[in-house]
Design a protein around this ligand. Sequence first.
Ligand SMILES: [Zn+2]
Length: 495
Amino acid sequence: MPYDEALERFEPVLGLETHVELGTASKMFCGCPTTFGAPPNTQVCPVCLALPGSLPVANEKAIESTIRIGLALNCTIATWCRFARKNYFYPDMPKNYQISQYDEPLCTDGYLDVEVDGKTVRVEIERVHLEEDTGKSTHVGGATGRIHGADYSIVDYNRAGIPLVEIVTKPIVGADRLAPEVARAYVTELREVMRSLGVSDVRMEQGSLRCDVNVSLMPRGSAEWGTRTETKNVNSLRSVERAVRGEIERQAAILAGGGRIVQETRHFHEDTGQTSPGRSKEEAQDYRYFPEPDLLPIAPDPAWVESLKAALPELPSARRKRLQQEWGVSDLDMAAMHNADAIDLVEATVAAGAPPADARKWWMGELARRANESGVALAELPITPAQVARVTELVASGALNDKLARQVLEGVLAGEGEPDEVVDKRGLKVVSDEGELLAIIDQVLADNADAAEKVRGGKIAAVGALVGGVMKASRGKADAARARELILEKLGVQG
Ligand SMILES: [Zn+2]
């Protein structure tokens, strides 16, 4: 069912569960390293392989990071809590249970404010808890890369036991037709919070930030929530948005046709934006949780928690407010920079000496256009903030005009060197020699006698064509304003 029609008939309720792999040096319950991309099964030991007789010891740094995340998300921090065993059976989980937290999470009842469409939406956080990651299965043979139809499967336990923080929202009601955008804005903001805390590299493409998206629909006018589905491991910000939208459309079509929604996990397909059914969703009782007997309870000293709170860095939303004030830009411009992931780049360009307005102009204009054309993120363009700052300086000094500056940026992006080198190599300096400029003007006036005559006769507007001629003859290197002055002077007309 088309999205608009779905929204006319139903109201979506969202929930987001985000897993963040912490960037600790060692695993959650053993001393194994956590480096990404190591050869399979080289970062394992008796504890994370769950060999008989091995005992876990909790990673203090991981507990500290989880508390800091909870504090940044305005949560209450437990003064006493425990780990729990979550029993389920997958070959990528060597213990056949996962050490997690159940009824006693470390952090509860917080919130994160996100900006969508110029409005602030408060997303309430139910809980933040600490658990361990699983290993990684690869299914070989078969068309889909899934276990069904595979010839055989192999498993890598390097990831097993890496500390994983799960952040669960309360149901998000009232986002209405902006539900997909709210989901995306939440994950984006959450990622920035994690980055500012330095607790994780939050690379969605490497799986260090993974998102499960819960969606249900209720008919307009009804207060009764529908059955929800859980779309697993959506691994890009764009996919979060698409997964919500796709699931709203799919569920609306089923409900409108008199069908019912099955409570299940679903897989998101990057290529189509659709989801397909996974397994039917377990209930909490299926996991047979019980307190983990091999680990001590966690009882963070309130004074320590206070000191962690006092030492939190400036959080992204506060930083954006401060920069907006410093740069004197509108809410709309700031939101645009945020959406384009340009704030860090503009800030670094300003730090390298560019006026904020110029830094913003180039990153959000010419460079955004080029990034878009090449299908890369702004930050991936092969140009540094310092180089952009140098270009703005050359423009401010009159050595370049905007048109030439664009060519300099093009040269830098093409690997032709620093901005000054590109100016030299491509001969891009503005014609600053007045004699040279006058010679060009004489030629243009001679070639355009009609236009010159009109200007002499008082039709000042006709001077535009002459200036255009000068710019063309100089291949864009003339100072247009100065050319206009000189032309009018030569024709004996007051500009
Ligand atoms: Zn280990």
